[in-house]
Design a protein around this ligand. Structure first.
Ligand code: KIV
Ligand code: ZN
Length: 394
């Protein structure tokens, strides 16, 4: 069944990529303007709905990058981040006005710990700030996102007041970030469901999840937020981001695509471009991708154990829940090592152009196992050498 056919009974989830903003905040991940433009082009081609291009007030370089991305991007909405400060919002508005569709993304902290120690403001003062700054942004652009920084450590009653105020002031997207990666999925689900159902104009805005990975739950929490009513996921390629990173775009997209039976949602991302996007971002940010990274890691479609290789040779669905092609990887790799069995060895010999009789095969297999015990990687050249040796010695 094609993806389009299966999408007819599913709800759309918008993908907001913040690789160029939250991702770039990752220590050591700074990108040049050229690299940012290359990442933005990749995201746009892949079907990302909103590209957060930077934080225009942060520096002239950031401002110029947001302007350049806004001018280059052909399909996606381009967002610029702004604190709840007049000058920030004006600067973000100035940068995103070059986009076909520009968004100002403004935020303020809402949790007691941030109010007491970082902002030194009362709840009533925060409410006044939200009303004033969201209205200011809305005077500059039609598309305004408001974020409650540290939402997951904010009492629900106060969070409701904040969200209600932001919607009344004109916010079109409401983001409830798990800024410090503190939430657990069940609680995240309930936060979204409660807020969306209890805020008077909850249906007037799109709700958004933005999860950090401090406890390794950013993707699970993002999906729980969607189950609770969010229809925008904020994420980054390779999960790049502050501290332990953000929810990984490739993981949320493939989770929704692979488990549409359990979660009836879809995105407009062309998943066959995920692997390329991962390589582009890894090169631009100078952050290697871990070998066992879900979806895009070098080992994500590699099998070494004999039992798994045997199953894969009979039917790929035995040990793969999605095809490598669906994420832009050419093919599954059966890695030849000490865990490999006869079936994979025979298959490898065939690929290399050998057909051995029973005895020669048993001998070659034994020599291969001995070699694999001594060597971490057994390359095709090693196998050719040992078979040629074997055949030559007969
Ligand atoms: O994690 C966070 O709270 C943020 C906001 C600026 C949205 O990145
Ligand atoms: Zn963040």
């Amino acid at each position: 069944m094609s993806a389009a056919a299966t999408n007819s009974n599913k709800e759309r989830v918008f993908i907001f990529d913040t690789t160029l903003r939250d991702g770039e905040q990752s220590p050591g991940a700074t990108m040049t303007l050229e690299e940012k433009l290359q990442v933005a082009e990749t995201l746009d081609e892949m079907g990302v709905d909103i590209i957060e291009a930077g934080f225009p007030i942060a520096s002239n370089g950031d401002f110029e990058a947001v302007v350049a991305v806004a001018k280059q991007v052909k399909k996606a909405t381009v967002a610029g981040l702004a604190r709840a400060i007049t000058a920030d919002i004006d600067r973000a508005g100035e940068a995103v006005r070059h986009a076909r569709q520009g968004r100002i993304h403004t935020f303020v902290s809402t949790s007691p710990i941030h109010l007491a120690h970082q902002m030194k403001k009362t709840e009533d003062e925060v409410i006044e700030i939200i009303a004033r700054t969201v209205a200011q942004a809305r005077n500059l652009v039609d598309d305004v996102e408001w974020s409650a920084m540290d939402a997951t450590r904010t009492p629900l009653e106060f969070l409701k007041r904040c969200v209600d105020t932001a919607i009344k002031a004109g916010a079109t997207t409401i983001n409830l970030p798990d800024t410090v990666g503190y939430a657990v999925p069940e609680e995240h689900f309930r936060m979204f469901k409660t807020i969306i159902e209890s805020v008077p104009n909850g249906d007037k805005a799109i709700f958004s999840v933005h999860c950090h990975d401090d406890l390794g739950m950013a993707v699970a929490n993002s999906l729980a937020g969607v189950a609770g009513g969010a229809r925008q996921i904020e994420c980054t390629i390779n999960g790049l981001g502050e501290r332990a990173g953000n929810a990984a775009l490739e993981e949320v997209v493939m989770a929704l695509r692979t488990r549409g039976d359990a979660m009836p949602f879809y995105t407009e991302i062309d998943s066959t471009q995920l692997s390329r996007a991962s390589r582009v971002v890894s090169a631009a940010s100078n952050f290697p991708v871990q070998y066992n990274k879900a979806i895009v890691g070098k080992n994500a479609f590699a099998h070494e154990s004999g039992i798994h290789q045997d199953g894969m040779l009979k039917n790929a669905e035995t040990y793969e829940i999605m095809t490598p092609a669906s994420v832009g990887i050419k093919e599954t790799t059966l890695v030849m090592g000490k865990h490999s069995g006869r079936a994979a060895f025979k298959d490898k010999l065939k690929e290399l152009g050998y057909e051995l009789g029973d005895n020669a095969f048993q001998e070659a297999f034994q020599r291969f196992k001995d070699l694999a015990d001594r060597k971490k990687h057994v390359y095709d050249a090693d196998i050719i050498a040992l078979v040629d040796d074997e055949v030559g010695s007969v």
